[in-house]
Design a protein around this ligand. Structure first.
Ligand SMILES: *Cc1c(COP(=O)(O)O)cnc(C)c1O
Length: 461
């Protein structure tokens, strides 16, 4: 098909919305390692995980055999409010770059949370409601997940308690108010409302908090209150599963127009949007049906895949969550104050970690001033003000397109545009003022993080 016939935006109809999520683990020959109990180091069972997570979500977490898991009708109905999301041909960006490459992006910013996080929030709230729970607790860093979960909980009339990393709570008061508007209660973390919060405050008075610490508080709050469970917006396999709605829609849209992406790019924090975008394409690659180049993009300040170790590690600072085998910088690694809050997690989803270790997925790091330059270039021609997280993918997409300009290759590049950046104007301000800095951790910084990785038989650090 002549590329001229491809519209700027490919919209699917409501009935082309996927009916199932795709579980890529079913097609992986080498499965990700199981979650381990942090005390006994034995694999976590359904019964071990039930006190923390909703039953149905535990089943999804542990399921590595069913390739397709049906999306309940109530969730599909909610998806219809803001999905299918458009797949956009970045004609204007191509022109500006003067590249023979064809660039596409899947845009997930068309909902109030401003990100893809609503795709999993609504699923998790639905299963909590089905189980007859009163409410859920969670953490939020940059605020997108907390917002998405507040929206989902208000839709199903569930209580929502959000522990928000203190520096974001102070820097992003408007995010906080969006959550409160949807009925959530928001506590700055660390707080004195939990044992682990009090302990962290005592050890590090004046700390501005971290994601790992807020996770520990939210887990404690869930397990200590009857009728509550903890939910997480990234990292877990269940979250990656829900996010496959992104990749499935993209694949349907591309197949419809006979487009085959050569390179698929996504930013990687905990790995959910990248995993969700690439999963169905990775499935084809794993089954030997097609080949693609997959690129994970992470900030140079928090390089879990590119400089981390592939070992069992704690998922949170308080060490209350199960151990996960993943690429990690250590749960005590505190990344520098990078403006992409959603990418400041020390670890990586275990499926993506395994795929990366098996060389099926590549990873690259980018520095934040270069990321914001790409964000600005993109905003000026494509009209969307991208989230700092998403702009990591934009940066590498532009790099790849410029390579094509040199070689004359007409590659098709696809990237995930995970959200909008309206709540990140302090970050844009620092970039516009020229005060933004690029911090890359030294070997010693990394070693301090690695020192916190648990040592036990079989965990080779
Ligand atoms: C949370 C977030 C991310 C990173 O999370 P993943 O789980 O790695 O997808 C990326 N972009 C936006 C806009 C986010 O809100």
């Amino acid at each position: 098909m002549n590329s001229k016939e491809i519209p700027y935006k490919i919209y699917l109809s409501e009935n082309e919305l996927p009916t199932s999520w795709y579980n890529v683990r079913a097609d992986m020959k080498k499965k990700p390692a199981p979650l381990l109990n942090p005390v006994t180091h034995k694999p976590m069972t359904f019964d071990d995980l039930r006190p923390v997570f909703c039953d149905e979500l535990v089943k999804q977490e542990l399921n590595e055999t069913d390739a397709f898991i049906q999306i309940p009708d109530e969730i599909r109905e909610f998806y219809k409010m803001y999905r299918p999301a458009p797949l956009v041909r970045a004609y204007c960006l191509e022109k500006k770059l003067n590249t023979p490459a064809k660039i596409y992006y899947k845009f997930e910013g068309n909902n109030t949370s401003g990100s893809h996080k609503l795709n999993s929030a609504i699923a998790q709230a639905y299963y909590a409601k089905q189980q007859g729970l009163k409410g859920v607790t969670t953490e939020t860093g940059a605020g997108q997940w907390g917002t998405a979960l507040s929206m989902a909980c208000s839709y199903f009339d569930l209580d929502c308690h959000v522990y928000m990393v203190k520096c974001s709570y102070e820097q992003k008061p408007f995010r906080r108010e969006v959550m409160r508007t949807y009925g959530a209660s928001v506590t700055p973390s660390p707080s004195d409302t939990t044992e682990v919060g009090r302990k962290i405050l005592q050890e590090f008075p004046g700390t501005s908090g971290s994601l790992g610490c807020a996770i520990s508080e939210a887990v404690e709050a869930a397990t200590k209150h009857e009728g509550y469970r903890y939910v997480l917006g990234s990292v877990l396999n269940q979250v990656l599963l829900h996010q496959t709605v992104i990749g499935l829609e993209t694949m349907t849209a591309m197949d419809k127009y006979g487009i085959k992406p050569d390179v698929i790019i996504g930013c990687a924090g905990g790995g959910s949007n990248l995993g969700g975008l690439i999963a169905p394409f990775m499935g084809r690659k794993l089954r030997g049906e097609a080949d693609y180049q997959f690129i994970a993009v992470e900030p140079a300040s928090c390089p879990s895949l590119t400089r981390g170790k592939f070992v069992y590690d704690y998922c949170d600072t308080g060490h209350v969550c199960p151990l996960s085998k993943m690429y990690t910088l250590g749960s005590e690694f505190i990344p520098s104050a990078n403006h992409a809050g959603g990418l400041r997690y020390h670890g990586m989803n275990s499926v993506l970690s395994q795929l990366y270790d098996d060389k099926l997925l590549e990873a690259r790091t980018v520095e934040q001033t270069a990321v914001f330059k790409a964000a600005q270039d993109f905003a000026r021609v494509e009209g969307i003000l991208p989230a700092p997280e998403s702009s990591h993918a934009i940066k590498v997409a532009i790099d790849e397109a410029l390579k094509c300009k040199e070689t004359g290759e007409e590659k098709t590049i696809l990237f995930g545009l995970t959200g909008t950046g309206y709540f990140d104007m302090y970050a844009y301000k620092a970039f516009n003022d020229g005060t933004m800095s690029d911090y890359i951790p030294t070997e010693e910084d990394l070693q301090r993080g690695f020192n916190g990785i648990p040592r036990f038989d079989g965990n080779n650090i």
